[in-house]
Design a protein around this ligand. Structure first.
Ligand SMILES: C[S@@+](CC[C@H](N)C(=O)[O-])C[C@H]1O[C@@H](n2cnc3c(N)ncnc32)[C@H](O)[C@@H]1O
Length: 257
C-alpha cells in the first residue's frame, strides 16, 4: 500500500509509515539512507552463500542468526549508524534463507526461525532495493505504537492500518512479529483508535483476516466495527506453515467511507 500510494500519487504533502517492530524500521531506514553500501554487502553475502556446501550453509545461517541476536543489545534503534548496514544485510539474508521467509521472535525479541531449503536464494535484488530506496526518500519512517501516528493525522489524511491478523484457527496463532503479541484486546484498542480518527474526519482503511473462513458464527469484526463498512476480498496467503492453508482465502477490508 505504501509503495503503491507513494509511486502513484505525486501531490501528497507528507507520507508517514509506522511500525512497532524495530528491525523492520531499521531496515527501511537503512534502505533509505545507504542503499549502495547495503547492496554491496548483500551481493558479497549472496556470492559467498551460493558457493557453500549444504553443511557450510547451515553453519553460516545459524552463525548469522546468532550474531544478529547477540548484537541486538548494542543497537541504538533511534540513531542511524554504520552498524545498521550490517544488521539490515543480516535480516535480509535471514529473511531470504529462513523457513518460509517468516519473521518471528521469541519473548525476548530474539529471531528464532530455522533455516529453509532453497537452492539459489536471491539474497540481493539490487534493482528492487534501489527502487524501494528511491520511494522511501519521500517517506517519514517511524518506530512506535500505532497511537503515536495521531499527531500526523487530520481530516485530510488517508490512513491504512495493516495490523497483525487475528488468528483464523487455533493453530494459526502467529501474531508475534515483536515481543508483545497482538491479541483481541489489542485489536479492540486499535478499533478505539480507528473510531477516534473517524471523528477527526480522516479516511480510514483497515485490513485483517476473516474469522469466518474457519467459523461462520465468529462475528468479532462485525461487532467491533459495526458502524463501518466491511468488504470481503479474496487474497492469497503464502506464509503458512501448513501448505494446505496457503492459497485463496477471504480477507476483510474495513472502511469509514
Ligand atoms: C500484517 S503485518 C504488516 C507489516 C507491514 N505492513 C509490512 O508490509 O511490512 C503487521 C505489523 O503490525 C506491527 N505491529 C504490531 N503491533 C503494533 C503496534 N502496537 N503498533 C504499531 N505496529 C504494530 C507488526 O510489527 C507488523 O509489522
Amino acid at each position: 500500500m505504501l509503495f503503491y500510494i507513494a509511486s502513484n500519487y505525486h501531490n501528497l504533502e507528507e507520507i508517514v509509515v509506522f511500525d512497532i517492530n524495530p528491525e523492520l524500521i531499521l531496515a527501511y531506514q537503512t534502505i533509505k539512507q545507504d542503499v549502495d553500501l547495503l547492496g554491496e554487502v548483500l551481493l558479497n553475502i549472496q556470492d559467498k552463500y551460493w558457493s557453500l556446501s549444504e553443511n557450510e550453509r547451515k553453519k553460516y545461517f545459524y552463525q548469522t542468526r546468532e550474531l544478529f541476536n547477540s548484537h541486538k543489545k548494542n543497537i541504538n534503534y533511534h540513531q542511524f549508524a554504520s552498524s545498521w548496514i550490517e544488521r539490515t544485510a543480516q535480516i535480509i539474508f535471514l529473511n531470504r534463507t529462513c523457513f518460509n521467509g517468516l519473521f518471528r521472535v521469541n519473548s525476548q525479541g530474539y529471531f528464532n526461525v530455522p533455516m529453509g531449503k532453497y537452492n539459489k536464494p536471491k539474497i540481493c535484488n539490487l534493482e528492487n532495493l534501489r527502487a524501494v530506496s528511491l520511494i522511501l526518500q519521500k517517506v517519514n519512517i517511524l518506530l512506535g505504537d500505532f497511537t503515536k501516528c495521531r499527531e500526523f493525522i487530520d481530516e485530510a489524511t488517508f490512513v491504512y492500518f495493516d495490523p497483525p491478523y487475528r488468528p483464523i484457527s487455533k493453530t494459526a496463532n502467529f501474531t508475534a512479529y515483536s515481543e508483545s503479541s497482538f491479541n483481541d484486546s489489542e485489536q479492540l484498542r486499535l478499533r478505539d483508535f480507528f473510531s477516534e480518527l473517524d471523528s477527526v474526519g480522516s479516511k480510514l482503511l483497515l485490513s485483517n483476516s476473516d474469522p469466518k473462513n474457519e467459523n461462520q458464527s465468529d462475528n468479532f469484526f462485525e461487532d467491533a466495527y459495526r458502524n463501518y463498512r466491511i468488504e470481503r476480498i479474496q487474497a492469497s496467503r503464502n506464509i503458512n506453515s501448513k501448505s494446505s492453508k496457503r492459497g485463496l482465502i477471504n480477507e476483510l477490508l474495513i472502511m469509514n467511507y
